[in-house]
Structure formats: structure tokens, C-alpha cells
Design a binder for this molecule. Structure first.
Ligand SMILES: Cc1ncc(COP(=O)(O)O)c(C=O)c1O
Length: 384
């Protein structure tokens, strides 16, 4: 019996065990303890930020980020329709309304479509953008850096400036990716918009089991996010809370795991890069990353299957190999169908990619013989 090859699993060694053991042995297991500021410092220095605030997961981090940029009930927010649902759900918690946009050839939100929507379907009134048909305010853009590929932030930032929109970067999948060339040369994902959010979920390039982090252009925004994430406690002794708060702070055990992981992040990026190149050398039709605009972390690989998506997934499964289609497109999901046609745009590219793409094993501990087995199985079904 051949061993099972999963899609994307964590890669741990001694330091993860050592650090989490220390957290447990010293009994600092909750939302205080030395690993939390250490992990925050490690993330900050890796992405080139002054500070960052760690959370329970990327979803809670996005929720705080959306509130912090001032997104309120009934506001419209420009989002991609090709993303994981967690980019959108926190907007629902607030009562805001997603306006879905198609993707570009790198699977990221298409700035062309954003421009069309803002200039043709909206108008500026006293410095604020309003959607003409619904008379609702448009507040923000959420670029999601899909699979570690970076959005075209040069153009997106220009649009945000022109139409006075906030930017929350959903960098949940792109820790380790940074811009190359252009206005943001050398800047890490998450560091370009008003606020950036990372995830350390179990399938991400580094993991804390579940976890997230926020970086912000303004320190006072970050301080406020950290305050909100700890039940908005103003006086710890007398339990005085001056705002509605959230129990979203990361624990010391998660942070211990995260610290061990972030020490290996660059080595994980190079393994991902090598495995991507090895698949390409074996002839697999993987979508390219936008290397002209970034050094991608190459988190997830997208195989183009030429209308054989479900067949490919089925045959891989029969051979003990996990794979998956791209997420169902957001405008087709039941909770979001009422918002599917706020914009007059079509979803041509995302529908095309959705029909054709399969994510294939990309773990950083994938063995050479496993990679070969994936490639050989795919060759047989894709007939090349
Ligand atoms: C694009 C995107 N946004 C948000 C999230 C939410 O992160 P988390 O699972 O840590 O809540 C994820 C990952 O799961 C993601 O891939």
C-alpha cells in the first residue's frame, strides 16, 4: 500500500516541541506569556513593520482590521469573488456588503475591473465614493494575495487614492511574498495597504495551529486592534472596559509554535520554490506566479487541467494523493448570492479558472519520491 500524500501539512521538528513544552511547563498557556511579544517581534522584523498584533486566527484579525478602517453597516466593500470565504465573512459580522470583482491572470483581484466599477458605477460626493444605483458608500478594497501571488498593488493603491478608499490587504496566504520593482519594491505583502492580515492556520506556510496577525500603517490603529482583541480592557484590576471588545488574542502556546516556525520561514519558501520548479521540469502545466511583480512564497501550486478538473481530482484520490479544486466562487455561495450582481461586471476569468484549476500537494516536507509519484500520476491522466 502506497503512503497517502496530503495537500499541505505542517513541517515541525525539535524547536516546535521545545518551545511549546516550555510554554506548558512554565504554565503560561493563555493570552499572556513571553512567547507572544517574541513572536510579534519576529513577525514585525521579518515583514519590516514597527509592530504587529497577534490574534486567534486570520478571520478574527480581518474582523478587527475591517472595523478599524471604519467599515460600517451598509457600506460597500470591493472584494475578489475568487478567494476563501474568510475574506468575506467578517464583512457580514459588521453588516457591510461585498461587491465582487473578477480576477486577473494571476488569480488576484483585477484592478481593471475595480477601476471600471468605481468610475462608471460610482461617483465621488464631497470626497466619499458612492455607488449610484444603491446610494451606498463604498469604503474599502480588500486585495487578497491568492496562493502567495501578490495583487497588482501599484494600480490598486492608485485607485484607492483616486477614489478615497481604504485598503485592507488579506495577506493570509502570502507571508514571505514581497514586491519586486515598482512603487513598493522590497515591501512585504500586508505592508502596502492601511492594514495587512496574516494567517497561521494549519495549512499555511507557517502555522500556530490556528492563528493570525495584523500589521498597520498607523501605530494607533494597531494599538486599538490589540486593545479590542483583549476585551477592550482599560483597567485590569477593576475590570473597566470602555468599548465592546473581542476575545481574539493569540495564546502563549500558539505563539511558542509560531516562533519556532518563523525561524524556518525562508527555508520553507525555498523548498516551495524548488518543488514548484521540479513539478515544472516534470512537465506539469502549473500556472505561473507573477514574478515580475513579486518574489512569491509559492504557497499553493495551481495545476491547469484543461477541462479535466474532476477527473484529475478523482484519479489522484484513487492513487492516495490529496488535491482540491479552487474554492467555489463567492458570488455563487448561498450567503452572498443577494450581492452577486451589485456591480455590472462579469466573472469570466474566475469562472474559467474555477473550472480548470486543481491545487496539488505542496507541503514543505514532501519527499522527492512523493513529488515524482504526483507528477507521474498526473502525466497519465493529462496525457503529456
Ligand atoms: C485568503 C484567506 N483569507 C482568510 C483566511 C482566514 O484565516 P484563518 O483560517 O486563520 O481564520 C484564510 C485562511 O484560512 C485565507 O486563505
Amino acid at each position: 500500500m502506497q503512503n497517502y500524500i496530503p495537500l499541505s501539512v505542517p513541517n515541525f521538528d525539535k524547536s516546535e516541541v521545545e518551545y511549546t513544552k516550555t510554554a506548558i511547563e512554565t504554565e503560561w498557556v493563555s493570552t499572556a506569556g513571553p512567547y507572544i511579544p517574541k513572536f510579534e517581534k519576529a513577525i514585525s522584523s521579518y515583514v519590516g513593520s514597527e509592530d504587529c498584533a497577534v490574534c486567534q486566527n486570520g478571520t478574527s484579525a480581518l474582523h478587527l482590521a475591517y472595523m478599524e478602517v471604519g467599515i460600517s453597516r451598509d457600506d460597500l466593500v470591493i472584494v475578489p469573488n475568487l478567494t476563501f470565504i474568510a475574506s468575506i465573512n467578517p464583512l457580514m459580522y459588521i453588516g457591510a456588503i461585498p461587491v465582487f470583482m473578477d480576477c486577473d491572470e494571476y488569480l488576484c483581484i483585477d484592478p481593471e475591473k475595480i477601476e471600471e466599477f468605481c468610475s462608471e458605477e460610482c461617483e465621488l460626493r464631497e470626497g466619499e465614493l458612492f455607488h449610484k444605483a444603491s446610494n451606498r458608500r463604498v469604503k474599502a478594497i480588500v486585495p487578497v494575495h491568492i496562493f502567495g501571488n501578490l495583487c497588482d498593488m501599484d494600480r490598486i493603491v492608485c485607485l484607492a487614492e483616486r477614489f478615497n478608499l481604504k485598503i485592507v490587504e488579506d495577506a493570509c496566504e502570502s507571508l514571505g511574498s514581497f514586491f519586486v520593482g515598482g512603487r513598493f519594491d522590497g515591501k512585504h505583502s500586508g505592508m502596502v495597504g492601511d492594514i495587512g492580515v496574516f494567517s497561521f492556520n494549519g495549512n499555511k506556510i507557517i502555522t500556530t495551529g490556528g492563528g493570525g496577525a495584523v500589521v498597520a500603517r498607523e501605530q494607533k490603529s494597531l494599538d486599538h486592534i490589540r486593545y479590542l482583541s483583549q476585551q477592550s480592557k482599560d483597567d485590569a484590576l477593576r475590570f473597566i472596559h470602555n468599548e465592546v471588545g473581542y476575545n481574539y488574542r493569540m495564546t502563549n502556546v500558539q505563539a511558542a509554535l509560531g516562533l519556532a516556525q518563523i525561524e524556518k520561514l525562508e527555508s520553507f519558501v525555498s523548498i516551495k520554490e524548488n518543488n514548484y520548479n521540479a513539478y515544472i521540469e516534470k512537465g506539469l502545466p502549473l500556472l505561473p506566479f507573477a514574478t515580475h511583480r513579486c518574489r512569491p512564497n509559492r504557497w499553493f501550486y495551481s495545476l491547469f487541467t484543461d477541462n479535466k478538473r474532476d477527473e484529475v481530482i478523482g484519479i489522484l484520490k484513487e492513487n492516495g494523493i490529496e488535491s482540491r479544486p479552487i474554492w467555489e466562487l463567492m458570488h455563487r455561495l448561498k450567503p452572498f448570492t443577494p450581492f452577486g450582481n451589485i456591480s455590472k461586471q462579469n466573472f469570466e476569468k474566475s469562472s474559467y479558472f474555477h473550472k480548470n484549476i486543481v491545487n496539488i500537494p505542496c507541503s514543505t516536507n514532501l519527499k522527492e519520491e512523493e513529488l515524482l509519484r504526483v507528477a507521474e500520476t498526473l502525466k497519465a491522466v493529462l496525457l503529456f
